[in-house]
Every structure is written in C-alpha cells, then in structure tokens.
Design a protein around this ligand. Structure first.
Ligand code: ZN
Length: 157
C-alpha cells in the first residue's frame, strides 16, 4: 500500500490585493448574482468567465420547479461562452454568491462537483490553466487552475 496525499494550492487575497483584471472579473460575478433565479434555494450565484479574446461571459444560477432542470451559475456561464464563442479558450473564472440571509458569505463559495467537471473540460480544451477566483465577503481565494478544484478528475475524453 502506498499513501498518496494530494494538496491543493489556494491563495487568499483581500480585494485590495487583486489585480485590476481579477477585480473586474470578480465584480462582474458579483453583479450577476442579481440575475440569479433562485426562488427555491434563495442562494444567488454569479459567475464571470474571461475568454482569450478578452470577452467576459457571465452567468447566474437558474432554478426550476423540477429541480434537476435548473443549472448553476458556473455552467450557465461556461455553456453560454461555449455557445457564443466556440473554440475560444477560457482564461479565468470568478464566482460570487449571496447567501439565503442576503449577505455575501464570509467563506468564498466554491463550485459544485458537476460544475468542476464541466469547467475542467473547457480548461482541457483551452490547453492552458484557467485561473479560478472564489469571492467571499472580505477575501478571494485564487486557484491556479480548475484541476486544482478537482483532483483525480475523470479525464477520459
Ligand atoms: Zn454547480
């Protein structure tokens, strides 16, 4: 038996420490929380993806009375980007949320497993790391890649 330990690189920044490009992307994600349709969870999430052509494509969670028919902000954004700009590589994604209490959670919100898998495929297509920015109330977690979010990912494609 061999024990394997997998570590994930996460850097925690204050908002003032972000680069202008990072700040812009986080702000777009925060703005899109207000485009969320979340009558069931009351948890509003926004996502913003910067593409290699400089365009930023945003998304917000869209729920449905038939629960599995809805989708998360991250997949909302990445599928919109794939549909509008096929073949254009992703460079970064920012994710922001507003909790059920109407406040930005102190702990940055991370994508669900399904979104991690979806984002990983776009990162693989891009052939380069997609920076991940997870926005919380006072801090932003910065990860160098989607792979960082999904160790031991399914990658048989
Ligand atoms: Zn998700």
């Amino acid at each position: 038996m061999e024990k394997i330990t997998i570590s994930v690189p996460v850097e925690s920044y204050t908002y003032a420490e972000l680069t202008p490009q990072q700040s812009e992307l986080v702000e777009m994600a925060r703005q899109y929380t207000s485009n969320s349709y979340a009558p069931y969870s009351h948890f509003r999430v926004g996502a913003a993806i910067r593409l290699d052509n400089g365009v930023i494509v945003c998304g917000a969670n869209q729920e449905n009375v038939a629960y599995p028919s809805g989708t998360c902000a991250e997949r909302s954004a990445c599928f919109a980007a794939g549909a509008q700009y096929p073949g254009v590589a992703f460079r970064a994604i920012a994710i922001a949320s507003v909790g059920t209490d109407g406040q930005v959670p102190n702990t940055p919100t991370a994508p669900c497993g399904a979104c991690r898998q979806a984002l990983l495929e776009y990162e693989t297509l891009a052939g380069a790391n997609v920076e991940v920015l997870l926005a919380g109330r006072d801090k932003v977690y910065v990860l160098p890649s989607v792979k960082s979010l999904l160790p031991l990912a399914f990658s048989e494609f």
